[in-house]
Design a protein around this ligand. Structure first.
Ligand SMILES: *Cc1c(COP(=O)(O)O)cnc(C)c1O
Length: 436
């Protein structure tokens, strides 16, 4: 916390009127400073982006879009939103951007409202294969009110593409079910997505093609992962994962009609007033992402993921699909120890100050509450300035936790080493160029 004078002064301000709340801010600041954040969907936004959210832009109702608002007093809000839109379009190389979705799942929900009628069919990857709950899980609106069909991963261990998307099978599934929309883009998929191949499938079966680049947006923006454009009709993303902006969603397209449909579906279809303080922070984050150092950051994220995967393999773990092309990997814990579950691993790692999430692996024999896998991602550690050398160190720490099997003294010893590593790589400070 002392690392960031603005947060410190915000803390003092809150503390002067509400010490109970201020204490929680201190605790969370310390937690983030002293733990290793390996959750693939998380990152540390720059202090500029974080503090941009705590501004007077939160006070305003700006329902509508720039130049067509339902409230007076929006002149600066129009400029802020246009700035965010223009930077998003430049960043992703497309013609239209809607910066108002409150989150990635909201953006996807608005997409369904815009493009599908209740009961219509769409194709996606199932959650248990690496998809997202907003891509047709039964308990989600997308699975309750629409009809998902799922394309699979390659299940044949002997195949070179084991555990990657089975594009031939995807084509067969889509030709059989003729979905109105095909979704690609995932939450736990470590390999490059072949958007051109999906385009060919969509053309063949007469579907619209949607990419949800929530996880890989930062990689896409810098050319470290191929772009969904020009192949995809519509694109949604979050802004807070690899893109390292404020928590939020974003919609992108090159198609005028798609843009109109989405804009109407999001407002007034789904949401009320936009979160203008978050849109202000999105504009700033997109500005950061347009700088050359953001590209070196993304390249380091991917280099770190490779180094971490190799080091984990060196410690006796299997990585699904044999490795990673992006910022994340799925570790198969069974290969290290047959009775090791993702749930135990996550709990023991947290005790040692290493923050991860248990995750099902393809064909996981265990239920989602236990799982046999661990998802690891490098965006947050890379933001702290860590490189390949530290990734080998992190793999060693993870392996010591697995060896300890819940032994409190051994976990406490790892916790101390995690603290020491974190102290060498403080969180981004005000004015610093983070992670590059
Ligand atoms: C994280 C994620 C989302 C949802 O984002 P929220 O901001 O949590 O709603 C949507 N799609 C994919 C593929 C994701 O990984």
């Amino acid at each position: 916390m002392a690392n960031d004078p603005i947060t410190a002064s915000v803390h003092d301000l809150i503390n002067s009127t509400d010490p109970e709340a201020a204490k929680l801010l201190t605790l969370e600041g310390d937690r983030q400073e002293t733990t290793l954040e390996l959750i693939a969907s998380e990152n540390h936004a720059s202090p500029t982006v974080m503090h941009a959210m705590g501004t007077c832009f939160t006070n305003k109702y700006a329902e509508g879009y720039p130049g067509a608002r339902y409230y007076g007093g929006c002149e600066h809000h129009d400029e802020v939103e246009r700035l965010a839109q223009d930077r998003a379009k430049e960043l992703f190389g497309c013609a239209h951007a809607n910066v108002q979705p409150h989150s990635g799942a909201q953006a996807n929900a608005a997409l369904f409202l815009a493009l599908l009628k209740p009961g219509e069919t769409f194709a996606s990857l199932e959650l248990s294969d690496g998809g997202h709950l907003s891509h047709g899980l039964k308990v989600n609106m997308s699975g309750k009110w629409f009809s998902p069909v799922h394309y699979p991963l390659i299940r044949d261990e002997a195949s070179s593409g084991f555990e990657t998307i089975d594009y031939d099978e995807a084509e067969r599934v889509c030709m059989e079910h003729k979905p109105k929309l095909i979704m690609c883009g995932y939450s736990a998929y470590p390999r490059v997505i072949d958007f051109a191949r999906f385009r060919a499938i969509a053309d063949k079966c007469g579907a619209l093609l949607h990419a949800d680049i929530a996880h890989i947006a930062g990689l896409v923006a810098t050319g470290v992962h191929p772009s969904p454009f020009p192949h995809c009709d519509v694109v949604t993303t979050t802004t807070h994962k690899t893109l390292r902006g404020p928590r939020g969603g974003l919609f992108l397209t090159n198609d005028d009609e798609m843009a109109k449909k989405f804009n109407r579906a999001l407002f007034p279809g789904m949401q009320g007033g936009p979160l203008m303080h978050v849109i202000f922070a999105k504009a700033i984050a997109f500005g950061e992402a347009l700088k050359p150092e953001f590209k070196s950051y993304q390249q380091q994220v991917v280099a770190n993921a490779r180094a971490l995967a190799e080091a984990m393999i060196g410690c006796g773990y299997r990585i699904t699909s044999g490795g990673t092309d992006n910022h994340l990997m799925l570790v198969d814990l069974q290969t290290r120890d047959a009775d090791l579950t993702g749930a135990d691993a996550e709990k023991w790692l947290e005790q040692a100050g290493i923050i991860t999430n248990k995750n099902g692996i393809p064909n996981d024999p265990r239920p989602p509450k236990l799982t046999s896998g661990l998802r690891l991602g490098t965006p947050a550690l890379t933001t702290r300035g860590m490189g390949e050398t530290e990734m080998a160190e992190v793999a060693g720490l993870i392996d010591r936790v697995m060896d300890a099997r819940g032994d409190d003294a051994k976990l406490a010893a790892v916790r101390e080493d995690v603290r020491a590593l974190c102290a060498r790589f403080p969180l981004p400070s005000v004015g610093s160029t983070v992670g590059a």
